[in-house]
Design a protein around this ligand. Structure first.
Ligand SMILES: [Zn+2]
Length: 184
């Protein structure tokens, strides 16, 4: 990521253990830590079993491939706070939180896997947390999509899911865990 030391411009800067830049000249140290990201599986109960909501990515990486709502947790946010912000941004939707309940009562953590998110020549190592939420009665017309990021949503039955059509390895692994258990 750094070809020269950002502090003294030395070419001798090294990248060690997949995470730390060190400059032997001036002592500059920078830890390129992992980023935290979320994915949310929205499950809509229906008479013939559940349907799961997926988004179609409008941008690289993975343009045109399937994804889950969610994204990077921003500085200053908690994980579920970041997830709720992403749901509102991407779908214009949030699951109801009854009075007195907390977000952890609504979202269930079912898997976590690492991912590499390659964006404009930089690889971001992420720790992805995957949550599920039940959304009885949710319909496509209840959603207001963030059209710059998402071209459409698809409601798929578990048996209709083709993992080859998903953008990221962590999502494929999480879906395998979820589908092996049946329902959330
Ligand atoms: Zn330096």
């Amino acid at each position: 990521m750094f070809k020269y030391c950002p502090a003294c411009a030395s070419e001798k800067i090294s990248f060690e253990e997949g995470k730390v830049f060190r400059c032997p000249g001036c002592g500059f140290v920078y830890y390129h830590n992992i980023a935290c990201a979320t994915g949310c599986l929205i499950s809509v109960p229906s008479p013939d079993g559940e349907k799961l909501l997926f988004t179609v990515r409008g941008n690289e990486p993975g343009k045109g491939l399937l994804d889950m709502p969610g994204g990077f947790v921003d500085a200053g946010e908690g994980v579920l706070e970041g997830l709720c912000r992403e749901l509102k941004e991407e779908l214009g939707w949030m699951p109801p939180v009854r009075p007195g309940a907390i977000l952890a009562d609504v979202f269930k953590l079912y898997a976590s896997f690492p991912n590499i998110y390659s964006y404009k020549g930089i690889d971001y190592n992420t720790c992805d947390l995957f949550f599920s939420v039940s959304a009885p009665g949710l319909k496509p017309e209840d959603l207001q999509l963030e059209k710059d990021e998402i071209t459409e949503v698809r409601f798929l039955k578990p048996e209709e899911i083709n993992l080859d059509l998903f953008a990221f390895e962590s999502i494929k692994r999480a879906l395998k865990v979820y589908l092996a258990k049946g329902t959330a």
